[in-house]
Design a protein around this ligand. Sequence first.
Ligand SMILES: *[C@@H]1O[C@H](CO)[C@@H](O)[C@H](O)[C@H]1NC(C)=O
Ligand SMILES: *[C@@H]1O[C@H](CO)[C@@H](O)[C@H](O)[C@H]1NC(C)=O
Ligand SMILES: *[C@@H]1O[C@H](CO)[C@@H](O)[C@H](O)[C@H]1NC(C)=O
Ligand SMILES: *[C@@H]1O[C@H](CO)[C@@H](O)[C@H](O)[C@H]1NC(C)=O
Ligand SMILES: *[C@@H]1O[C@H](CO)[C@@H](O)[C@H](O)[C@H]1NC(C)=O
Ligand SMILES: *[C@@H]1O[C@H](CO)[C@@H](O)[C@H](O)[C@H]1NC(C)=O
Ligand SMILES: *[C@@H]1O[C@H](CO)[C@@H](O)[C@H](O)[C@H]1NC(C)=O
Ligand SMILES: *[C@@H]1O[C@H](CO)[C@@H](O)[C@H](O)[C@H]1NC(C)=O
Ligand SMILES: *[C@@H]1O[C@H](CO)[C@@H](O)[C@H](O)[C@H]1NC(C)=O
Ligand SMILES: [Cu+2]
Length: 822
Amino acid sequence: MGFLDSVSPRAIAASALLLGSLAQGVLAAPSPKADWVRKGPGGSNGYFKKKAHDHIRRAVDGGRRAAELESCAETTTTTITAPKPNPWAPLTNDETAAVVAWLFAQADLNLTVVENATSWDNSIVLVEAMWPNKTDAINYLDADGPAPTKYAHVLLNNRATEDAHYADILVGPLPVDNATTSWSPLAFPYNKGSGGTVRNLDADQDALYEEWIYPIAASISDITLDLWNGTAMGLDNDTLSIWSIDPLWQDDGRITMWNTFWNLPTGEQDDVTLLPLGLYFRSDVTGRDPSQWKFEGWLYNDIFYETTEDFRAAYWSEGFVKNGPNVDGDWARTGQAGKVEPLDLLPPPVQVAPAGSRYGVDVEQKYVEWMGFSFYIGFNRDSGMQLYDIRYQGERVLYELGLQEALAHYAGIDPMQSGTAYLDTFYGFGPYAFELVPGYDCPTHATYLNSSFYADETCRTHVDSICLFEFEADHPIQRHSTGKIISITKNTYFVVRYVATVGNYDYTFSYSFFLDGSMAVEVRASGYIQSAFFANNQDYGYHIHDSLSGSMHDHVLGFKADFDVLGTSNSLELVTFVPHTTTYSWSKGKPRNTMKIDRKFIENEDEGRFNWGANAATQVIVVNENATNKYGEYRGYRILPYTGTAHLTVKDSSNLNNAARWAEYDIQVTKQKDTEHRSTHPLNSQDTFDPPIDFAKFFDGECLRDEDLVLWLNLGMHHIPHTGDLPNTVQTTAHSGIQFTPHNYFLGDQSRRSVNQVQISYGEGEPAVVETFGQFDASSENATCKPSYEPVSVNLEDYVGDIVVRKFPYDPNNPFAETDSI
Ligand SMILES: *[C@@H]1O[C@H](CO)[C@@H](O)[C@H](O)[C@H]1NC(C)=O
Ligand SMILES: *[C@@H]1O[C@H](CO)[C@@H](O)[C@H](O)[C@H]1NC(C)=O
Ligand SMILES: *[C@@H]1O[C@H](CO)[C@@H](O)[C@H](O)[C@H]1NC(C)=O
Ligand SMILES: *[C@@H]1O[C@H](CO)[C@@H](O)[C@H](O)[C@H]1NC(C)=O
Ligand SMILES: *[C@@H]1O[C@H](CO)[C@@H](O)[C@H](O)[C@H]1NC(C)=O
Ligand SMILES: *[C@@H]1O[C@H](CO)[C@@H](O)[C@H](O)[C@H]1NC(C)=O
Ligand SMILES: *[C@@H]1O[C@H](CO)[C@@H](O)[C@H](O)[C@H]1NC(C)=O
Ligand SMILES: *[C@@H]1O[C@H](CO)[C@@H](O)[C@H](O)[C@H]1NC(C)=O
Ligand SMILES: *[C@@H]1O[C@H](CO)[C@@H](O)[C@H](O)[C@H]1NC(C)=O
Ligand SMILES: [Cu+2]
């Protein structure tokens, strides 16, 4: 058992999910590559040239041309070569294996393989590439400096001690060499001052269940059988399960755990989070010695009983109020239900890419280009996919863009909901980025990439878990008509997407790029809500099923956006619409009620935490004060909500204390520092008063004018589940997004560059004159290939789970091995 195993719904649902996917026999061998992942000509430099050449070779004259031309859509991935190898690339299989072997050879680390580790052994949680410092990466990308030296970032779970703790260490330089490789604590990204370590509150998982939770549940099996005809004793015939709050309650130096009972689902779905039963118990589980833990009482129907005897006596006495259970059934299951509308039996419209991909991908380096944009893709265990070095028309706009953390903070009349505030990087986004479903998650014409993560001395790959595709919006990006001419431009945009299912909830992350140089970051959520028992919970949720309350909660998803607008010397300007009363030279001396704009800069970090202004009146713009356009205006990128956003409603959360200060505002801006690389740490939940990274400490008054700025932007949703969240939350409303758009950056709109626009001049009696600007015309004698409007077909039976490569012991000739835990 490791890092991911914690007594919470999220952990249990998540591990059930993983075990479920493992159990489908997907580990035996890598599956043959699905048909629809067709590669373009490999290894070509400059894909336009190569493509054009192929097509010209095929072009022939005559009326039969079209029939003879080959399909333009022969590739769904046009291959390109990244300008430089990706400095954010993951470790290779061999590198990871060498690091793991090296770690086991270090006597001072005293490591045991996870398979054989007990709760009193040290083990490895994580081995992945250490991120490069920004100065090194920029020197490499921009100035032909050396590639940043590679190091491995390793997380150890040191449990062979009374003082169980996690330790982040650096191992390197790589490649591993006995003479030069060493390890050192990874402390510089922490501001806790503990040398890269944090206590482990979950060290005794096994004892917790075997010696504590199950015996307590067994002690009232007469009551659980009477109430719900079930028991939770860790046996195969259990029909109940028991989870704890997350994070564990940390106050007065004590560690308090609340547990509650849930009915287990009876079908294949993991709808357990819809089946709370309304009985809770409290324990003091401070320290590693179970004999020192204390049982502290039962709570049922908002009445607290200090001892099991008190509870039993009350329960079996006359007049005791018993609430009904929540029981699994069709109401909690996904799948078709209800009346089918007759026309729904016909296939809905689809988009196709008639000419194949109009974007280029270096699959090996995870580097992408589309219509003037380019970026690298990185991927890590904690927060999944990140984008780096995002450029438009050759100029870097963002050095880094990606998720930092997602929290789901609940509230309720009961201690379980009141005690839940998930910090999801603890579970990790990377390990739960499952294979995408073509035709559902992303179009069938998308390019699909793999992602990998480390777990238990293996490296696991989720095939086709990142998708890239072009899509046409259902509205043009530009239009204008007069009585004589209409001008209109297609709104074709590019998306990179992945989905992470963290326990009960599925988050879809989309990064979109538009023809005018805009970008958008969006999150959508679906899956099973975590619900509350209905009794007494009216102030915290709606009554949505038999004994069920939709438990109110905030989702806040923190993103890092390290802007570099025309270099790193940037400032944040706020331009606000303000009401204004003034007398003009021409207004006959009478004051006029009107409005004007107010411009101000965020001067330093003391002003660096704020919210979107009321009435959307304030524009937030990252500008380069040293880069003015020819009219003297600052060139910049504006940041604005795309769909709704949210920050945390709770003030100074008693659950999270200093562990999620990043969630308190919509927009927060700091000076970029390698020591402030991320806003949070996946183990912040282990020490909420003194977490590894306390974001509030970033704000120490530093100047923010003409500095390298990092914006920490929160997306989110205030969620009160209602009956429409059953069986799953739907993404029509569960979404949030933010947009970045060029602002006085160019001298005009960049979407004018697209040829995929028309101007139609029309007039009385005359045939309209259509200007198509050289856009592709299949009927033209110059057409070099035949567009294919056939949708790409997909065999969903090829869907697989993860592919596992064992790293220790490592045998590259026989890499596939089965493991049964994560
Ligand atoms: C776990 O321990 C067993 C028994 O000592 C041993 O045979 C096995 O190789 C160990 N597993 C690993 C991965 O080292
Ligand atoms: C090494 O770990 C073992 C348990 O795996 C433990 O018994 C032993 O005390 C540890 N040794 C040191 C020097 O910490
Ligand atoms: C990265 O920056 C940190 C903080 O300044 C520094 O401690 C560390 O040594 C740097 N790493 C490398 C590889 O230079
Ligand atoms: C490095 O050290 C390990 C353990 O001491 C040893 O097994 C390995 O052969 C050494 N490798 C080299 C290249 O010396
Ligand atoms: C109680 O559970 C048992 C075993 O799970 C089952 O056989 C029995 O039918 C259940 N009784 C009722 C009343 O549901
Ligand atoms: C579950 O199994 C255990 C052991 O086999 C048995 O003692 C117990 O009565 C069973 N419980 C139920 C509810 O059937
Ligand atoms: C994804 O992984 C599978 C299995 O290892 C491999 O066959 C495929 O080539 C990989 N796809 C990409 C795009 O790297
Ligand atoms: C940038 O502009 C600011 C204020 O306009 C000025 O003080 C500063 O010296 C300039 N920096 C550079 C590098 O030109
Ligand atoms: C075909 O290409 C030639 C050479 O570029 C050009 O002169 C001609 O106008 C093109 N014809 C059409 C129909 O676009
Ligand atoms: Cu929600």
